[in-house]
Design a protein around this ligand. Sequence first.
Ligand code: AHR
Length: 362
Amino acid sequence: MHLRKIAPIAGMAVLSVSLLAGCGGGSNSSDDNAASSGAAADCPLVDAEDPGNSEAPADVPTAENAPKLAQSSSYSVAFSQNASNNPWRLAETESMKSEAEKAGIDLTITDANNDQSKQIADIKGLIAQKPDALFIAPITEQLGNVVKDAAAAGIPVFLLDRDVDHSVAEPGTDYVTVIQSDFIQEGKRAAVQMAKATNGNATIIELEGTTGASPAIDRKKGFDDAIKDCPGMKIVVSQDADFTRAKGQSVTETLLQSHPDATAIYAHNDEMALGAIAAVKAIGKEPGKDIQVVSIDGEKDGLKAVQAGDMYATVECSPRFGTSAFQTMADYAAGKPVPTLIINSDQLFTKDNAAENVDKAY
Ligand code: AHR
């Protein structure tokens, strides 16, 4: 079972809500950035409700064939983090550390510095240390072989926040489970917000996350699928900006030169969106007016940008995995059934709730 297989269900939910809302009867406006113009586009997303969080399908198999974990009062656990280059990653690492401390777990953490070959070497080094369990936040989906190596060494692996290629590493056998947000649903939720921000008329620059990473693949897919019903919304260029603010800025600078008609930016995370906002301002345009920005994550600076009107909305992708990570591990050790896919619950941040959430953000 893979999360991508359940996404159409969530997509249908978006559409049915929209159709029930009876929208889409208006004409295409010549004002391409029509958020405040009152022009209605022939786009069912404009009046759709936020499709909300998705649930894992009921038929997700449980992990039956992965290495077992004995119950113990003193676990030694390893965590291969893929990078520490943004607030999201730092918050995820902090969440793992603090929950391990509370549970009396001895946690070893490695940081791959966003370098896939380093992450493979890190994981091989951790396997050699024979931890009781291994958590991995993979950079890309191409880490299946080293996940298999860990399983072959008898170590139960739990994937955090990103998945690996299932044709290489089998869920429930080569790893116990993946705990993650539904990235396709995030893309769909972002598309609904973009439709609202632009009234369904948008010439969009897309800033993609790291090529090959599951959030980059799925956030693109979710957004693309959702805007198919909106003839006025077109992605004119998509480029990898590696989930970082610096690349978000430099890539946007370049793309705004080749696409001066762009009226919207869809960024796969807040860091890239914040870089993009700086690039928009640098050419004398106003984010939130000349160019609408929609993003994903919900970090503190992202919420501040929403409050300031620079960003229209950001779809939450929570980095706080510690509690569910160690609870899932304990359940697995206790012999309870653990589904091979566990979906986090995320909310949506807009100007209506950014102020009440900004202090809690990371
Ligand atoms: O895998 C989740 C993504 O990775 C977050 O959106 C991003 O900010 C992080 O680097």
